[in-house]
Design a protein around this ligand. Structure first.
Ligand SMILES: [Zn+2]
Length: 174
C-alpha cells in the first residue's frame, strides 16, 4: 500500500479488525518510510456474486460471517483465540476464491474448513467433522445450530412464564 503521507510502498500491518458484521476488514498499517500510521479497509465486493450451492441445489450468497460462526462453534472453549479464528477464515476464504469466484459448493467449503482445522486443533476438527458429516452441508450445520439456540431460548422463556398454571384463563373482559 502506498503511504498517504510519504507515498512510499513499504508498510506493516499492526492491527486487523473485522467490522461491519464481518463484511469489512480494517487494517492499521505502519509506514516504514515515515513511521506514520494509516488505515485501510477491505470489503468483499458486493457485485462479485459468489454463490454457495447448497446440498439441495439451492444457491445462497456467499457470507464470510457464516464461516466464522461455524469456526467459532467448532473452536468453542478450545485454546484458539479470536484472531486465530479469523486467520483460519482467511485461509478458508483463500481456498474458496482460488477454486472459483462464481460459485462454490457448501461441501467444498466444509472440506476446506476441516482441512485447516485439522492442522490447528484436533478437538475442534473432530467436533466440526462430526456435525458436518451429520448434516453434510455447512450452511445446514449453521442454520440448524441457530435453530437450536432459538428453541432453547423459547424453552427458557416458557419456564420463566411458569407453564402449567391457568394464567391463560383470564376473566372475561367486562
Ligand atoms: Zn509514509
Amino acid at each position: 500500500m502506498l503511504c498517504p503521507f510519504c507515498k512510499v510502498d513499504d508498510d506493516r500491518v499492526v492491527d486487523t479488525r473485522i467490522t461491519d458484521g464481518g463484511r469489512t476488514i480494517r487494517r492499521r498499517r505502519l509506514c516504514h518510510g515515515c513511521g506514520k500510521r494509516f488505515t485501510t479497509y477491505e470489503k468483499i465486493s458486493e457485485d462479485m456474486g459468489l454463490s454457495v450451492i447448497k446440498k439441495d441445489n439451492t444457491r445462497v450468497p456467499y457470507d464470510r460471517e457464516k464461516i466464522i460462526s461455524g469456526l467459532e462453534k467448532a473452536c468453542y472453549k478450545r485454546p484458539i483465540a479470536a484472531p486465530q479464528v479469523r486467520l483460519l477464515a482467511d485461509r478458508v476464504e483463500e481456498d474458496i476464491f482460488q477454486h472459483s469466484d462464481k460459485e462454490v459448493s457448501s461441501k467444498f467449503i466444509g472440506e476446506c474448513i476441516m482441512d485447516h482445522l485439522k492442522d490447528i486443533d484436533k478437538v475442534a476438527y473432530i467436533r466440526f467433522a462430526s456435525v458436518y458429516r451429520q448434516f453434510n452441508d455447512v450452511s445446514d450445520f449453521i442454520d440448524e445450530e441457530g435453530l437450536q439456540e432459538k428453541t432453547n431460548q423459547q424453552n427458557k422463556e416458557q419456564n420463566a412464564n411458569g407453564t402449567g398454571s391457568d394464567s391463560g384463563q383470564d376473566s372475561p373482559a367486562q
